[in-house]
Design a protein around this ligand. Structure first.
Ligand SMILES: Cc1ncc(C[n+]2csc(CCOP(=O)(O)OP(=O)(O)O)c2C)c(N)n1
Ligand SMILES: [Mg+2]
Length: 320
């Protein structure tokens, strides 16, 4: 494998391992009674959120949703700020106004705050992309939606507008088989999301969302064609939500065999196997794992020691 590819994959491995380890630490804090808000499970989605964000340039914008912890990290929002956000502390991304990935955004890092009402981040990303095009700025907006979000009217309306305006936007659909407890075949009459996107006039492709190389290659191409004025692309990344919808959900409704099947395709195990097969020394990968753990331990310590928000600041950042 060429050195450039190895370097990119190593970087992806670092981010994916950080995403998983941070997610696990957030879960542990919640399960031990220290979490104060909700927390969404990321397991299974690491290659999509990390890989897609890695394809952007610093001036681009990303509008992540609730399973895109990796995108927040790749953009440069630190594990300390994210952990403090989860614990509702003043040092968190929203200054303690939320204790969740909801409302978590920072335009200094090109991250549009996640909008809870699904898929409202989508028209916002399309609007941002239209502004880029009309101002002749060579920038791209990228956003995510789920299979559930993709059956809303807003999905089709946003794609229609993006296609009409040839907006430089990339829409990554995280098709993880479920929308909360509803399987895709129960909520979608036509489960072919890419075909539905094409029907609105937008290019669409299907990829294996657990294969980081597929994510990097295809999203890089989609971002490139958006930047070159060739319009939007929908990338349907197929994966599996490996845990419940959120921390409170045991997901007993998911058949065990389905999970066993997808566990064999775990995206973090897969990228590690790829690097090992390419001859990358195992001890260097282990070193990434242990430094990641140290980073996450530091983030937990920082967040737990951080102050609660000062009530007198409650109106700061309120515009109306
Ligand atoms: C308009 C709206 N309705 C309901 C919800 C509650 N809700 C949050 S996530 C979710 C499931 C979304 O499923 P999907 O789009 O497939 O994304 P996934 O959670 O599977 O990643 C629901 C129903 C919401 N956030 N917004
Ligand atoms: Mg889903």
């Amino acid at each position: 494998m060429p050195t450039d590819n190895i370097d990119r994959l190593l970087s992806a491995y670092r981010w994916m391992q950080l995403t998983r380890t941070l997610d696990e630490a957030i879960r542990t804090l919640w399960l031990t009674g220290k979490g104060v808000g909700g927390t969404f499970n990321q397991r299974g989605h690491e290659a999509i959120s990390v890989g897609a964000a890695m394809c952007l340039q610093p001036d681009d914008l990303v509008a992540p949703m609730h399973r895109d912890l990796g995108a927040f990290l790749v953009r440069g929002i630190t594990p300390r700020r994210i952990m403090a956000q989860q614990l509702g502390r003043a040092t968190g991304v929203s200054g303690g106004r939320d204790a969740n990935i909801h409302g978590c955004g920072d335009l200094d890092f090109g991250v549009i705050g996640f909008i809870s009402h699904l898929p409202q981040s989508l028209p916002v990303a399309v609007g941002a992309a239209m502004a880029f095009r009309h101002r002749h700025e060579p920038r791209v907006a990228l956003t995510f939606t789920g299979d559930g979000g993709a059956i809303t009217g807003l999905f089709s309306e946003s794609l229609n507008l993006a296609a009409l305006d040839r907006a430089p936007v990339v829409i990554v659909v995280e098709e993880n088989q479920y929308a909360y407890s509803t399987p895709i075949a129960t909520h979608s009459a036509n489960v072919d999301i890419a075909a539905r996107a094409r029907a609105t006039g937008v290019e669409a492709i299907d990829i294996d969302g657990n294969d980081i190389e597929a994510v990097l290659t295809n999203v890089t191409a989609a971002v490139g064609s958006a930047r070159d004025g060739e319009g939007p692309t929908v990338v349907v990344a197929h994966t599996m939500r490996m845990l419940g919808h959120a921390i409170h959900d045991g997901a007993e409704y998911v058949p065990a065999e389905l999970l066993t099947d997808w566990e064999r395709r775990d995206p973090v195990d897969a990228i590690r196997a790829t690097l090992e097969v390419a001859g990358h020394p195992v001890d260097q990968l282990d070193e990434i794992d242990s430094s990641t753990l140290a980073t996450v331990d530091d983030a937990v310590e920082f967040a737990l020691a951080s102050p609660w928000p000062d009530p007198s600041t409650v109106e700061s950042g309120v515009w109306a």
